[in-house]
Design a protein. Structure first.
Length: 332
């Protein structure tokens, strides 16, 4: 196996990387790190090739086809101090860096973070979403993250990136002081602000955050139940209507609960009687109010009379301050 690798290394004339593994960085395998002078280097549009000699970055090549010689490897030639172009192989590591965008990477909170809300007080929030990254500075990325591995994929730094993103978004939401009820209408603004805030952290590692999306921010179940109750009451309009609504719901659930036997029947009858009494009271209230209103209007009509009085026996109008009726003599 060792002899075959040695012989294969002597005939390597084309150095290229056909990426089909989804890797961010790939080290080209060369026997004993010896590359023949005059070998062809092919770098595609979505790639960058980096030559590393004795732990130092020697040359960086963009897209194109290159013949490896001392004439077109100025940095490596300077490091080696070769006065002449000769055909002996030189030792170097060749790394291909993918410059494509890695999409649909996931982030999410492992534990809820605490938020102070003006309406609900202290609440806990959980969130998740997606983000996309690409290598912005290949040489910096190679120094900061890749090291001496033979291959590097995005999922190898996903945990670190997720921690950075969750910390940044949690801090951003806390500073924004957006009411919990308005969070859903602020996802787009939060996503843009979070991307701008997190960009310097990734640039320090040679990466670029091309997109970040906040898909959902959710409350604990007990807070969501409280919001549901409040929404139901707002839809009902007032407490009386809400109580009638709750009673009707209880009757419906009792009727559907066929397995409860006598207990379910009793509950249904009790709820029905309560519902009947409540409806009767609601219907009688308007009639009583109208009667009271009519009595008051009659009183107002009598009090607003012109002041004339009439005899209770014969109906003849009485003179002002009269003590006896002038027609029948009845005492007023």
């Amino acid at each position: 196996m060792g002899l075959f690798s040695f012989l294969r290394g002597q005939f390597i004339e084309v150095i290229e990387w056909l990426d089909d593994t989804g890797s961010m960085v790939y080290r080209f395998p060369v026997y004993d790190n010896a590359i023949k002078m005059g070998a062809k280097l092919i770098v595609r549009e979505s790639q960058v090739a980096i030559f590393v000699n004795e732990g130092r970055i020697a040359d960086i090549y963009g897209p194109g086809t290159f013949t490896l010689s001392t004439q077109n490897m100025p940095l490596l030639t300077a490091l080696k101090a070769w006065p002449h172009a000769f055909n002996s192989p030189f030792k170097a590591d060749v790394y291909f860096v993918s410059m494509t965008t890695f999409t649909n990477l996931r982030w999410g909170t492992t534990n809820p973070f605490i938020l102070r809300d003006a309406e609900f007080g202290v609440v806990r929030l959980k969130g998740f979403g997606t983000y996309s990254i690409r290598v912005g500075q290949p040489d910096l990325f190679l120094k900061e993250l890749f090291g001496t591995r033979s291959e590097f994929k995005a999922d190898q730094i996903s945990d670190q990136l997720k921690s950075i993103i969750v910390t940044g978004i949690s801090d951003l939401i806390g500073e924004a002081k957006i009411p919990v009820m308005d969070l859903a209408s602020s996802y787009e603004e939060l996503s843009a602000s979070a991307r701008e805030r997190l960009q310097p952290h990734l640039q320090a590692m040679g990466l670029s955050l091309t997109s970040l999306m906040v898909e959902n921010l959710s409350l604990p179940p007990e807070v969501e139940q409280m919001i549901d109750r409040k929404s139901s009451m707002n839809i009902a309009g007032n407490l009386d209507q809400y109580m009638k609504y709750q009673t009707a719901e209880a009757i419906r659930e009792s009727a559907n609960n066929q397995g409860s036997g006598g207990a379910g029947t009793g509950l249904g009858l009790g709820a029905g009687m309560a519902m009947g009494q409540m409806m009767s009271q609601m219907m009688n209230k308007p009639a009583e109010s109208q009667a009271e209103s009519g009595d008051r209007s009659n009183d107002r009509g009598a009090n607003s009379n012109t002041g004339k009085r009439f005899c209770s026996e014969c109906g003849v109008p009485l003179a002002e301050n009269a003590k006896f009726c002038s027609s029948c003599g009845t005492k007023v």
